[in-house]
Design a protein around this ligand. Sequence first.
Ligand code: AOF
Ligand code: ZN
Length: 345
Amino acid sequence: MTDPFTAEDAAWLAHALALAEAQVGRTAPNPAVGAACVRAGRLLGAGAHLKAGGPHAEVNCLAACAEDPAGATLYVTLEPCSTTGRTPPCCDLIRAKRLGRVVIGCLDPNPRHAGRAIVLLREAGIAVTLAEGEVAARCRALIAPFAKAIAQGLPYVRLKQAMTLDGFIADGSGERRAVTGPEAYAWTQRLRARVDAVMVGMGTVRVDRPSLQPHLPGVPPKWRVLVDRATPPAPGDVDAHTLVASRDLGYDGRDLRPMLRALCARGVNDVLCEGGGRLAGALLDEGLVDELHLLYAPAILGDRTAVPGLAIAPRTLLAPLRLVPVAREALGADTLLTFRPAPAT
Ligand code: AOF
Ligand code: ZN
């Protein structure tokens, strides 16, 4: 008999999920995970995984319980680990603390653990429920970058481009000024805080000198990845948090895939590309992009010398690069459109 996943379970798991979501962008190369321990509708304790190499969410949650959690239900957004990594297996702790039931948000894509907790815990007489529905989908979405990195050795790639309605990121003057407004800027800061690294082409560094760091209190610095195809970085472009693609990631000036593999091997699961147009185009042409965030300002340049934001290899209307819309949002006067590339047919 498996215990059903109830509406009350969904609410407690959502509580654990909120704790995990607050840690996104801080736990690389590990996933963000949250946990809550509940008895008879009452929260005994909760916790999240705060840092790679540190205690897992289950450990922090059970340590936070003011009373003995024996017989209680543990809600955890990711399947508990079952072998020793940098920290001991959480399944052992769950057994030792004699929890009565464990509700799991999603299975661990890590082959060391995948599905094993369910068997191990049930063998120990602990009821196990796998979440379903919307909250389960949110638990999976939360660890999508971790899952891709584990399965493919490649980071989850987000592409952000702020453009005019006719798809330009700058006019032909060679100067760079902000295309979109303050709300879009604030949104970009929050996105940067959630990823593990921010990547740009050297051309963008030359004209823009972006700091690429989220300027938000309490957010640790991110890797800045400079993709140097033709232009080498100047000493002033590089700081302690900079990775130069040719120097640090074996970039040969052409194939981006091996460069991204090397970035993943450095513990980056989630990377945000912020331009320029040719790097964005090359990532799209190589099929390396997982999510596109296109910010459109209500402005048109119509200038043939202006800089296109998505310089992919030209296609025809019969075979354009197809995208699947995911979300639309107004950011002040600007519009944020989020897409995923359509699966190849
Ligand atoms: C975490 N935090 O809360 C959970 C994880 O090297 P370790 O011991 O930290 O183990 C990392 C693996 O543990 C990770 O790849 C994932 O499969 C599993 N679960 N990891 O960092 C957590 N529950
Ligand atoms: Zn664990």
